[in-house]
Design a protein around this ligand. Structure first.
Ligand code: MN
Length: 231
């Protein structure tokens, strides 16, 4: 096959202890999946999980021990961090039962679901899609993927992000409203999952703005730190 122009490069994420990288298919994100974050966004109660997507090339891959850099994006005055546990799917499937879901996981990573909150809120008010608030360029920083067998007890891992050495968000993955297996069950009922899919599982409370010059340091215990500078 010849193409009119060079096809886009495969986006991939390095894997801890592996020379081969994890090629990315899609990025799914779960909305409002921690109760205290749902409350700070003005919602209460256990709603069914809902999903949005980011393009794979929105990833900003940060290698172990390095500090990544993202530009301050256009059109916003309220650029928010959302620290999240990311699930990396190794085996696809549709209608995956929660009881079988963990077999579909290759590994886990730390991610930031960066959000143009003002634009997202405008779109919400108007009943329009969130894409401009969520799915913009450089909106998905991610650290290396740790294979599940090496990741420890991610379901009970502390999760936090600091800016300028101060805590912004700090919680535990065990506070997810829909846990990892339930999330995969719901997601795979709506889309057929493929190897290479990433799932940003939602963020705890404490989302707040960053400005140019800030450095975010995030971690999910057992998965290493993710450091990202806002240029
Ligand atoms: Mn999020």
């Amino acid at each position: 096959m010849s193409y009119l122009f060079a096809p886009p490069a495969v986006v991939s994420v390095p894997v801890v202890g592996e020379t081969q990288a994890f090629p990315v298919h899609r990025i799914y994100c779960v909305g409002r999946n921690y109760e205290e974050h749902a409350k700070e966004m003005g919602f209460t109660g256990r709603e069914p999980p809902f999903f949005f997507l980011k393009p794979a090339d929105a990833l900003v891959v940060v290698k172990d021990g390095e500090t990544g850099s993202i530009p301050y994006p256009s059109q916003t005055k309220n650029f928010h961090h959302e620290i999240e546990l990311v699930v990396a799917i190794g085996k696809g499937g549709k209608n995956i039962a929660a009881a079988d879901a963990m077999q579909h996981i290759y590994g886990y990573a730390v991610g930031l679901d960066m959000t143009r909150r003002d634009l997202q809120n405008d779109m919400k008010k108007q009943g329009r899609p969130w894409c401009i608030g969520k799915a913009f360029d450089h909106s998905a920083p991610i650290g290396p993927i740790t294979p599940a067998a090496l990741a420890g007890d991610v379901e009970n891992a502390e999760i936090y992000v600091q800016v300028g050495g101060q805590d912004r968000q700090r919680s535990n993955v065990n506070k997810l409203i829909w846990n990892i297996a339930e999330t995969i069950e719901h997601l795979s009922a709506a889309w057929e999952l493929q190897p290479g899919d990433l799932i940003y599982t939602g963020t705890p409370e404490g989302v707040a703005a960053v400005v140019s010059g800030d450095t975010m340091v995030g971690e999910v215990a057992g998965l290493g730190q993710l450091k990202v500078h806002v240029a």
